[in-house]
Design a protein around this ligand. Structure first.
Ligand SMILES: Cc1cc2nc3c(=O)[nH]c(=O)nc-3n(C[C@H](O)[C@H](O)[C@H](O)COP(=O)(O)OP(=O)(O)OC[C@H]3O[C@@H](n4cnc5c(N)ncnc54)[C@H](O)[C@@H]3O)c2cc1C
Length: 367
C-alpha cells in the first residue's frame, strides 16, 4: 500500500527503488501483468485496498504522514483525492473518465527520452547548422531530475537561437549544393506519397504496422531489458523496415501517418541497437531500466528465481554510446569517452566582456 502511494510521486522507474520493497516494484508488477500475462491493470479509486481489513496504521510513516498533514486520513481514495486534488478528478472527467464511477486503466510509460541526437554545447548536431532542440537532443543523460526537462528544452532553444543569430556565418554548402540535395530528398518523398496515394484499403494496415513496432518496444525496449530478447527484437525490427512498402492506408488523410511510420520504424531500430550494444558491453540496471540476469539480484522473493537483475556496471559511466546508420541500412554503435566537466576558472569580467562583444557565441564545442 505504501508503494502504491509513493508511486504517485516516485517516478520514473528507477532500479535503485527496487530493493527493500521500493516503489519501482509496482512497475515490474505492471509489466508482468500487461506484457508477460497479457492482462490489463486498473486503479480503482472507489475502494481501499484489502477491502474491510484496510487500516491507515499499516502504512509506512512517509505515506501516513503525508495523508495526516493533508488532513486526509479518512474515506476511500476518491474521497481523499477530492479533498487533496479535485482538479485531477476534473481532468479525467474532461477526458471521459469518471473516477467516481469506474476504474482507471494504467500502464508504464516513458518519462523522458534519456539519450537522443548528438549535440554540441549550442545544441547543434553533427550536421552543421541543424539544431535538434528539446528532448530529441541527447542532453538528458542517464538520469534527469524531475521537473528540469522543460527548463532544459527552453535553455537549449535559447542557446541555439543565440548561436544562429550571433555565431559564425560560414556557408558550409553552396546554395546550389543545398538545392540539389533538397530536390533529391523532395523527389524521394514525393515518390512515397504518390505510391501510398494509390494504396487505399479499409483494412488500414498502416495502423497495425505502427502497433507492431510499438508493441515490440513495450516488450523489449522499455523498463525491462534482456540481451537475447533485444537481439531478436532488433532482427525483427530490420525485417519490419523492409516491409514498409507493404502498408495500406485507410484514406488519403492518413498519408502523414504513414510518413511518420517511416521515421518511427527507423528510430525504433536505432534505439534497439543502442540498447543491444549497451547490454553486450556488460551494461547493468541504471537510469530507467532493469537488466535481467539469471545470476543477478532477486527483484522480489515472492516472484521467484526468474526475476533477477544485474546491478549497474559503474565503469560505463565514463563513456558515451553513439549509434549511426551505417552501410546496408543497419545501425552501428561505438563507444567514446564522455566529455569531462570543465575545470577552467571563468573570471567574470572576462566572460562578461566576451559576451558583450559576441565572442562567446563563436566558441566551438564537441558533438
Ligand atoms: C508524464 C510526464 C510528466 C512530465 N512532467 C514534467 C515536469 O513536471 N516538469 C518537466 O520539466 N518536465 C516534465 N516532463 C518532461 C517534459 O514534458 C518533456 O521533456 C518536454 O515536454 C519535451 O518537449 P519537446 O518540445 O522537446 O518534445 P515534445 O513535447 O515531445 O514535442 C515534440 C513534438 O514533435 C512532434 N513530432 C514527432 N515526430 C514528428 C514528425 N516526424 N513530424 C512532425 N512532428 C513530429 C510530436 O508530435 C510532438 O508534438 C514530463 C513528461 C511526461 C511524459
Amino acid at each position: 500500500m505504501t508503494d502504491i502511494f509513493l508511486k504517485g510521486y516516485q517516478w520514473p522507474f528507477d532500479p535503485r527503488k527496487i530493493p527493500d520493497f521500493g516503489s519501482s516494484l509496482i512497475d515490474v508488477l505492471v509489466y508482468i501483468e500487461t506484457v508477460v500475462k497479457g492482462r490489463h491493470v486498473f486503479m480503482d479509486f472507489r475502494q481501499n485496498p484489502l477491502g474491510g481489513s484496510f487500516s491507515f496504521n499499516d502504512l509506512e510513516p512517509e505515506a501516513f504522514n503525508y495523508l495526516k498533514n493533508s488532513d486526509a486520513l479518512f474515506g476511500t481514495p476518491i474521497e481523499r483525492l477530492q479533498k487533496m486534488n479535485p482538479l485531477a478528478i476534473e481532468l479525467y472527467a474532461k477526458n471521459g473518465i469518471d473516477l467516481w464511477q469506474e476504474p482507471l486503466e494504467v500502464a508504464v510509460c516513458a518519462q523522458h527520452n534519456n539519450g537522443g541526437l548528438a549535440g554540441t554545447l549550442w545544441w547543434e548536431s553533427n550536421i552543421r547548422h541543424l539544431f535538434p532542440v528539446g528532448e530529441v537532443n541527447g542532453s538528458h543523460g542517464v538520469y534527469r531530475p524531475g521537473g528540469s526537462a522543460l527548463n532544459s528544452g527552453q535553455v537549449g532553444s535559447l542557446r541555439a537561437a543565440q548561436r544562429i543569430a550571433k555565431g559564425p556565418k560560414d556557408d558550409h554548402v553552396s546554395r546550389e549544393q543545398f538545392e540539389k540535395a533538397a530536390l533529391q530528398k523532395g523527389d524521394e518523398l514525393f515518390h512515397i506519397i504518390k505510391t501510398f496515394s494509390g494504396k487505399i484499403d479499409p483494412t488500414n494496415s498502416a495502423a497495425s504496422y505502427r502497433e507492431e513496432f510499438q508493441q515490440r518496444m513495450t516488450n523489449y525496449g522499455s523498463h525491462i531489458r534482456e540481451i537475447e530478447k533485444v537481439e531478436k527484437a532488433l532482427d525483427e525490427a530490420y525485417g519490419q523496415i523492409a516491409r514498409f512498402n507493404e502498408q495500406h492506408i485507410a484514406s488519403r488523410e492518413q498519408l502523414p501517418f504513414v510518413l511518420q511510420n517511416r521515421h518511427l520504424v527507423l528510430a525504433h531500430a536505432a534505439y534497439l541497437e543502442a540498447i543491444r550494444a549497451y547490454l553486450a558491453k556488460g551494461g547493468g540496471s541504471r537510469g530507467s531500466y532493469l537488466v535481467m540476469d539469471d545470476s543477478g539480484q532477486t527483484v522480489l522473493d515472492s516472484l521467484g528465481d526468474t526475476w533477477r537483475y544485474k546491478p549497474e556496471n559503474a565503469e560505463l559511466r565514463n563513456v558515451v554510446l553513439e549509434t549511426v546508420l551505417g552501410k546496408n541500412d543497419k545501425f552501428e554503435s561505438k563507444w567514446k569517452p564522455h566529455r569531462p566537466i570543465p575545470q577552467e576558472e571563468s573570471w567574470f569580467e572576462n566572460v562578461w566582456g566576451k559576451y558583450l562583444k559576441g565572442e562567446i557565441f563563436e566558441m566551438e564545442g564537441d558533438v
